[in-house]
Ligand binder design. Structure first.
Ligand code: 5GP
Length: 188
């Protein structure tokens, strides 16, 4: 029957997902972060750097809540490890297209877990002579931190669970969910 097959293929109501942060909660928090960033960066022409692919979704909503002149750039980083855990080895797969000397940099990331990826990236950007380097992260899985990372603009603290949605994937799936969910059974 058409209805049941439509229900079966719905990713947003997939029974393997347990909603942790709703779409409304995400959007409301982003508005607050945008207002804060607008105040802090007024007149500084910041450069927002999104880390591909996961942070694109957060970046695109966040920058539309920031009411001051700004630029955007993207970097791609690969951190080796299994599909659900990082190893700490980091490599830049796509670098910036512009020099950042003297610029105010705001790195936009989806989630800080062990902190290994971000501590490498923030140090790397600071070494290029940026005027300042700060971090906006949607999620903080603080219980798993191995390297201290200062999150200047944080969306939500979350428990040590593997989450998907709003840009975060499991094997490239689930990025399109408008909410953040815990993946109950990654093998399903
Ligand atoms: P870190 O270096 O802080 O351990 O890892 C950061 C990266 O690991 C994130 O950018 C993300 O790609 C991945 N990651 C960490 N925790 C999760 C999670 O719960 N879900 C997903 N989908 N990716 C995660």
């Amino acid at each position: 029957m058409a209805t049941s097959s439509a229900q079966f293929t719905s990713e947003f109501s997939n029974p393997n997902l347990e909603v942790l942060i709703s779409e409304a909660q995400i959007q409301a928090r982003i508005k607050e972060l945008g207002a804060e960033i607008t105040r802090d960066y007024a007149g500084l022409n910041p450069l927002l750097i999104g880390v591909l692919k996961g942070a694109c979704f957060f970046l695109s909503d966040l920058l539309r809540s920031i009411d001051t002149r700004l630029g955007i750039e993207f970097m791609a980083i690969s951190s080796y490890g299994s599909s659900t855990r990082t190893s700490g080895e980091v490599r830049i797969m796509k670098d910036l297209d512009v020099p950042i000397e003297g610029r105010h940099i705001l790195v936009v990331e989806d989630i800080v877990d062990t902190g290994l990826t971000l501590s490498y990236l923030l140090a790397n950007l600071a070494s290029r002579g940026a005027a300042s380097v700060k971090l906006a992260a949607l999620l903080d899985k603080y219980e798993r931190r191995q390297k201290e990372v200062k999150i200047d603009y944080l969306g939500f603290k979350i428990p040590d669970e593997f989450v998907v949605g709003y840009g975060l994937d499991f094997a490239e799936r689930y990025r399109n969910l408008p909410f953040i969910a815990v993946l109950k059974n990654p093998e399903a």
